[in-house]
Design a protein around this ligand. Sequence first.
Ligand code: NAD
Length: 249
Amino acid sequence: MRVGSDPASEVYVRNKAKKARELGLEGTELIHPETMSEAELLAEVERLNRDDDVDGILVQLPLPKQIDPMKVIDAIDPAKDVDGFHPINVGMLHLGRPSLAPCTPAGVIRLIESTGQPIEGKHAVVIGRSDIVGKPVAALLLQRHATVTICHSRTRDLAAIAREADVLVAAIGKARFVTADMIKPSAIVIDVGINRLIVDGAGKLAGDVDFNAASEVAGWITPVPGGVGPMTIAMLMKNTVTAAERRRA
Ligand code: NAD
């Protein structure tokens, strides 16, 4: 579900619904006007909570300023919370109990696992401590027995910490923030950032990692676009199937 006309959100919601339909799930895009009130959106969430044909509900963030995103997330039935943002699912994730894990962090783990390298015992450095990416990525890495360091905007000597990382996850939101000299040779580098740049008058997407130079040093590295973004959608589909199966079990 989308409220308003944020251009990035339009693309994200369209791609998610399209992928769902391609896979044979019934993905419906519900689009509401920018002027929708908080009460109206909460009523819509409640309607979907009660609709037995609906297995997953996703409210695309950000929301217009008159709507408190926390109230909306709290209103979603945790069993249908395929984004994994409801406090119950966040708590379950941090306790290491089966839950609907947030899609981007789950995708980051899948990408690391796809290298075939064990996560156990590795030093993982996560740059960024947001509730939707940095913190849950760190929790999932810890569950897999990595030694985890979380860096953020007030971290001192971030470059030196990053250089210690066997696994480096960048979730900052600053184009090409991570340069080649911040990467340990042969490290696994996962770039979560999606930054919109204007290059020669045309819009271009860039990650948080300086990909070309970094790929000379890293053992494995994900591109932007094409890395974490598609994995996020894949994990959303997985969560939707999990939610559907659990509700019918
Ligand atoms: P956010 O703004 O909520 O958090 C950014 C984090 O980066 C903060 O914790 C902050 O402390 C840290 N940070 C900012 N400046 C820093 C600095 N100079 N040094 C060290 N740390 C710094 O962002 P978010 O929602 O976590 O998203 C991060 C990036 O990931 C964005 O580019 C976003 O678009 C992207 N994203 C991608 C996907 C996907 O599907 N690929 C999903 C979610 C977010």
